[in-house]
Design a protein around this ligand. Structure first.
Ligand SMILES: O=C(CO)[C@@H](O)[C@H](O)COP(=O)(O)O
Ligand SMILES: [Co+2]
Length: 216
């Protein structure tokens, strides 16, 4: 399977979201990544449901929603309501992670579990086969444009080995500081999906950057 690209809208020009979403529609991107922050779990606030609803009206790509919020289980219905394809919750925010994953799937969405840089992959032993995707954060969540944490590639290799050992179909997504250089490293380590914000939206030709990331 060739890898997927999920541009993160967080780094787009919020003064012209329509143009950014339409650019992604016309590009070789596979998914559109949406970062929801609550100012509690992470020290930043991004955008919420009214914006997500607007994005869904324009986007032709499956929505990959990354929830950096406490108690994400409370918002499963709302995330379903905006037509999300993938709902990613942080391991660190879920007391009842298995229940959360079950409810996401019962609501017809794919379930992703996200790990902060300090959270070991070994904690996923008992749930990795029950989730559709694991999202490895390669920066501390909350902001775009940060530097890739090199140790992330080791975590991806360990996770890949776990998935293969369990004969699971779980995908690996990587988010934070991804560019042409770090993207290559994480793909070699076993990643299936690359999220990229700054690397795409800060270039003069974002569509071309998506195409380059796609051919890595
Ligand atoms: O979840 C997050 C940040 O918390 C990300 O999705 C960022 O939006 C990625 O941005 P870059 O590091 O690629 O600029
Ligand atoms: Co994200």
């Amino acid at each position: 399977m060739t890898h997927k690209i999920a541009p993160s809208l967080l780094s787009a020009d919020f003064g012209n979201l329509q143009a950014a979403i339409e650019m992604v529609n016309q590009s070789e991107a596979d998914w559109l990544h949406l970062d929801i922050m609550d100012g509690v779990f992470v020290p930043n606030i991004s955008f919420g449901f009214p914006v997500l609803k607007y994005v869904k009206e324009i986007s032709t790509k499956p929505l990959d929603v990354h929830l950096m919020i406490t108690d994400p289980i409370k918002f499963i219905k709302e995330i379903k309501g905006i037509g999300a394809y993938m709902m990613n919750v942080h391991y660190e925010t879920c007391v009842h992670l298995h229940r959360t994953v079950e409810q996401i799937r019962e609501n017809g969405m794919k379930a992703g579990v996200t790990l902060n840089p300090h959270t070991p992959v070994s904690l996923l032993e008992d749930i990795v086969s029950d989730v559709d995707m694991v999202l490895i954060m390669s920066v501390n969540p909350g902001f775009g444009g940060q530097k890739f944490i090199e140790h992330s590639t080791e975590k991806i290799s360990v996770l890949k080995e776990m998935i293969l050992r369990k004969n699971a179909n779980t995908l690996i997504e990587v988010d934070g500081g991804i560019n042409l250089d770090t993207g290559k490293k994480v793909l070699t380590a076993g990643a299936d999906i690359l999220v990229a914000g700054n690397a795409i939206f800060s270039t003069p030709d974002p569509m071309q950057m998506i195409a380059k990331l796609k051919t890595l």
